[in-house]
Design a protein around this ligand. Structure first.
Ligand SMILES: Cc1ncc(C[n+]2csc(CCOP(=O)(O)OP(=O)(O)O)c2C)c(N)n1
Ligand SMILES: [Mg+2]
Length: 347
């Protein structure tokens, strides 16, 4: 998307005060937050190879514009929920990378006290409601969160993310129906990255333009080029305005792509290298970097300083995670629902 440039007028603060489509601070936020997600996860991938991180680990690499473009469009009081590909959103929201990394290491200092792991990051301080491993489970939960906002008469909304695979679940359709009936302040986002594990979208339904699924419920819906962070920001802003005006939910189909495999062991035989390369040509991090330079919002040196800062943050998060203790065994019985007289638990 080309930016609108105007000649600076007399009295402008600086010769570089040419008008850009978005403020400079927003471009810089996009760059910094997307780069953090990218570098954090590249490191997590390496650490997984070294068996320092174990269990499930679903990387978001390639999809960073979905989180950063959404965060910039909303307020700090809005609520967020997603599936198990869940490192990017809290990092974009401002969660402490040290706590997120420690959770991947299953350490006591992790976001979920080391008991959730990669798929269950939670952070109340940034209104991030998880991290859910059951495909589609977070969709009714997200509507419930939005219901609470409406019930409490706030102006906040819930941003409810899901994958393309999740829209084939009954819970998706039941939730869209109720959310529209009750005009809940929720934005449903399908992150369509083309595949549910190794199954392409067209192998699971005749309907491959996923945003059209909203039509059955009269829900305003639109497709979004989610390799473009500006397009994401703009679509989410429109949907947020509707939600805050009491007009109810919107369904957005973010067209995106994951560069890595589904989880950590995926031979990726279901797609070609050429397909992957095509998407990398439109890499969201590189794109925003180019736009910043093109619009002279920062210099190469400024961006290099950001790169260094991110590198240090990621290194610090790994050091913190490595040096943190594991939770003690009795933690297994804390923060969980259980019957007091459950026969196998001794006091
Ligand atoms: C109810 C349920 N069925 C199956 C699974 C196994 N499973 C885990 S991830 C996944 C694919 C989901 O793909 P998608 O919704 O497109 O999300 P993506 O991984 O692409 O982000 C499946 C089938 C599960 N976790 N939950
Ligand atoms: Mg998918």
């Amino acid at each position: 998307m080309a930016s609108v440039k105007e000649k600076s007028k007399p009295g402008d603060a600086s010769p570089a005060a040419a008008k850009t489509k978005h403020p400079k601070e927003r471009y810089l936020y996009w760059y910094e937050s997307m780069l953090l997600q990218r570098k954090f996860e590249e490191k997590a991938g390496q650490l997984y190879g070294q068996q320092k991180i174990r269990g499930f680990c679903h990387l978001y690499i390639g999809q960073e514009a979905c989180s950063s473009g959404s965060v910039s469009a909303l307020t700090k009081d809005d609520k967020w929920i997603t599936a198990y590909r869940d490192h990017g959103i809290p990092l974009a929201l401002g969660s402490d990378p040290k706590a997120v990394m420690a959770e991947l290491f299953a350490k006591q200092t992790g976001s979920s006290k080391g008991k959730g792991g990669s798929m269950h990051i939670f952070d109340k301080s940034v209104n991030f409601m998880g991290g859910h491993g059951i495909v589609g489970a977070q969709i009714p939960l997200g509507a419930g969160v939005a219901f609470a906002e409406k019930y409490n008469k706030t102006k906040n909304l819930c941003m409810c993310f899901m994958g393309d695979g999740a829209v084939r679940q009954g819970a998706f359709h039941e939730t869209l129906n109720m959310a529209m009936t009750w005009k809940l302040p929720v934005i449903f986002v399908i992150e369509n990255n083309g595949y549910a594990m190794g199954t392409s979208v067209s192998r699971t339904s005749n309907v491959t333009d996923l945003y059209t699924l909203g039509e059955a419920y009269d829900m305003p819906s639109e497709p979004v080029d989610a390799m473009d962070v500006e397009a994401v920001h703009e679509a989410v802003s429109r949907a947020a305005e509707r939600a805050r005006n009491g007009e109810g939910p919107t369904l957005l189909e973010f067209r995106t792509y994951r560069y890595r495999g589904h989880s950590m062991s995926d031979p990726q035989k279901y797609r070609t290298k050429e397909e992957l390369e095509q998407y990398k040509q439109r890499d969201p991090v590189e794109n925003v970097r180019a736009r910043i330079l093109d619009q002279k919002l920062a210099t190469e040196e400024d961006l290099a300083a950001i790169d260094q800062k991110i590198k240090a943050i990621v290194e610090e998060s790994v050091k913190f995670a490595e040096e943190s203790p594991y939770p003690s065994p009795d933690e297994a019985f804390k923060d969980v629902y259980m019957q007091k007289d459950y026969p196998f638990i001794s006091e």
